[in-house]
Write a protein that binds this ligand. Sequence first.
Ligand code: LLP
Length: 463
Amino acid sequence: MSRSAHPAGPRHGDVLPEGHYAAPPADLNVLDPKVWARTVTRNGDGAVTVGGLDVARLAEEFGTPAYVLDEDDFRARCRAWADAFGKDADVFYAGKAFLSRAVVRWLKEEGLNLDVCSGGELTTALDAGMPAERIAFHGNNKSAEEIHRAVEAGVGRIVLDSFQEIVRVAHIAQSLGMRQRVQIRVTVGVEAHTHEFIATAHEDQKFGLALAGGQAAEAVRRALQLDGLELIGIHSHIGSQIFDTSGFEVAAHRVVGLLKAIRDEHGVELPEIDLGGGLGIAYTSDDDPREPHEIAKALSEIVTRECEAAGLRTPRISVEPGRAVVGPTAFTLYEVGTIKQLEGLRTYVSVDGGMSDNIRTALYDAEYSVALVSRTSDAEPMLVRVVGKHCESGDIVVRDAFLPADLAPGDLIAVPATGAYCRSMASNYNHALRPPVVAVRDGEARVIVRRETEEDLLRLDVG
Ligand code: LLP
């Protein structure tokens, strides 16, 4: 590929919307620590290493595509969340972001609890030895069988999401001669995403029971009457990839309003409040997430202030970060297969994975960054679109990114911040084989979820 075919800087002309891409970074070889896992670095000869291991050697040993997860970083983030909230609060890792037996063991060792939202996640958690009392069970349509298993196992809390479920859980608990600790999930009329939140009109969703119109208060009334239930608190989850606490402020204000109404009506002060997850991470250098200790301070101040104003004892707070724990700890390692230059339009770099290992770009228009990791390059930056190998034009991994103009088939590139909602939302589209998750730590690499094989595919196909 000739350099002249790739003049520096954006060259898609009018094809991309104004402002959709930034100027190229000063040096493409520099890996921004904001978006890369903590132990990722370039060594003296330019190779990228993680956990002390050269990524090219990881690719040789484990193949590509592969999710590479920095175990030290994961553990450090667990500790940061646990320390930030301290002993008077509880942090539940949201397993939907990424769950495996190894992850469960790390959570257990580093003092985090676990939020699961399906029978499959519950089985993984219990199988890997998470004590049931440290598990919260979520979901807007848990089956009777899932509820039975959760109650029987002794999960610490079930988060109730509908009138039907209040009765179902109560009956199942009673039939087992148990009393299940529960929270009620409410919708507070706030939806938060990144820097924005909207404080009206978001009761129109499948989750929770609305505060507005009194459904939540009615749910509390019913739950308090049932012997099989011990109502311990109110739960609210307001959105995803949130960078600022103003949405939580409104949510806490409204939840505390309900706690006060419950005290006034029933003479009961519920001891817990769960503010859900949704804390944002840096996918690109433009993102500036807040640290766990800042979030913990802000949330506990908000709840304390609201409770003092309402004349209530401050309840125990819990939160459920998923993305903010695991997201930054992994990157996806791909090999470049083809490079196609459409003169005057765009340059497509195809990798050996795609929407089957990262659906987020196609599904949410998510932004990612990307870097050449098998070598350094002094070539000028070229604006590219990184795409996968699936039979669909929407199969985009990174919409607009700069890679060096001498990029060639066989080079390894990596997309950082893919620890959350990539492997957990991976699919077998086109009978793709879902990539492995390779955990690295202190110079050692270990497969924690193995690569799928064609035998795995055929094993399910029993026709
Ligand atoms: N708690 C509840 C009740 C939730 O519904 C969720 C996420 C979380 C905690 C964790 O949220 P996090 O801290 O990870 O943002 N697939 C989407 C995200 C869906 C999140 C659903 N609920 C994505 O890839 O962005």
